[in-house]
Write a new protein. Structure first.
Length: 350
């Protein structure tokens, strides 16, 4: 059996009914959706999302989409703020939402796409515990990123203080920098951590890290765009959640997607070997958000990313999230629960 998990029949039926009910008129005059991705095209961990925006929405509903790829979260977010793009895909930017709200520019998160799964890796010759990193530097992705939030979380959890936060965008870039001895501690993506440990056996180690359930990536847009395009937003979220649930239940499904759409045809040999291992590793630890986050995820995020905010108390979720479309979609396709040790997916009781 190639599958590592089973879907409960009721969830399959929910997904099937949802798919049949979603058969829309592809001749409808949908607006073009311009998507600002905060990562490079062809990232291994976004194959399912690339298929969603560049294939599924167009083929199934006739929704035209245009992807834009930016080198950082800040540039991608700026594209939405200025009106160049409609939807932002990237790290939560709660501090930016807070400041824009004061200026009358209402940006909202409306769906969580994945949960933080970055792994703390250190040079074993220099550090072997979090206490060893007290007064030492650590490298993260960027300002306002999930890895920066993880570093702040660690300082509170272990009572330490990093001497410096170094910003080095790209998990692969940080992995290579560690291999070359340029940095000695960082948070790395799953496949980068695996690669580093295999490239230099015995030189690096993972540090313990629990209790981090904040969002890694979310979808964000201007509030007026979300309200004006309610039906479109719901279709995007429904297809995304159905895709995430299928990939989580069967990580080998990404191989089907890759073959069907000829994705990443020029993938370098060193990354080719990490393609499937990433997904078979990511699914069991809950990489994809199967219910889109919602109010509980928003509440967790506002605590986890509080270092971004000026106001840290009496925060209102509705000032940062727009939940109406997501709740409507979940009422339609159902909410699911995952027990990640064996990965059964089952409906949540009402």
């Amino acid at each position: 059996m190639r599958r590592i998990s089973k879907l409960v029949l009721s969830v399959l039926l929910i997904g099937l009914v949802g798919c049949l009910a979603a058969m829309a008129d592809t001749d409808r005059n949908w607006p073009t959706v311009r998507v600002a991705h905060s990562d490079i095209a062809g990232a291994l961990d976004y194959v399912d999302f690339d298929v969603l925006f560049e294939r599924v929405l167009t083929e199934k509903y006739g929704i035209p989409t245009i992807p834009f790829y930016f080198k950082s979260d800040d540039l991608a977010m700026q594209a939405v703020v200025t009106g160049q793009c409609d939807i932002y895909v990237g790290a939560p930017k709660y501090g930016l939402i807070e400041s824009l709200n004061k200026e009358g520019v209402n940006i909202r998160s409306f769906m969580q796409t994945c949960i933080l799964t970055y792994i703390p890796v250190v040079n074993k010759g220099k550090y072997q515990s979090w206490e060893d990193l007290d007064g030492e530097p650590i490298a993260v992705h960027s300002r306002g990123s999930g890895t920066e939030a993880q570093a702040a979380f660690v300082e509170k959890l272990y009572g330490i203080k990093f001497s410096k936060i170094e910003y080095i965008p790209g998990t692969e870039v940080r992995g290579i920098a560690m291999l070359n001895g340029q940095i000695d501690a960082s948070f790395l993506g799953i496949f980068t951590a695996r690669w580093l440990l295999e490239e230099a056996p015995g030189e690096f180690m993972l540090l313990p890290f629990q209790g981090c359930t904040g969002s890694d990536d979310v979808l964000m847009a201007k509030l007026d765009w979300l309200e004006e395009n309610d039906e479109l937003v719901r279709l995007i979220m429904k297809e995304a959640l159905l895709m995430f649930r299928k990939v989580t239940a069967d990580p080998f499904y990404v191989l089907d997607l890759r073959e069907r759409y000829n994705l990443l045809p020029d993938l370098p040999p060193e990354q080719e070997g990490e393609f499937l291992p990433f997904w078979t590793t990511a699914a069991p630890i809950g990489y994809r958000s199967l219910n889109g986050g919602g109010e509980s995820a928003a509440a967790i995020d506002l605590g986890f990313y509080s270092h971004q905010l000026e106001q840290k108390e009496n925060l209102k979720i509705e000032d940062f999230w727009y939940l109406s479309p997501l709740n409507a979609v979940l009422d339609e396709i159902g909410r699911v629960r995952v027990i990640y040790d064996t990965l059964p997916i089952e409906p949540l009781a009402d």
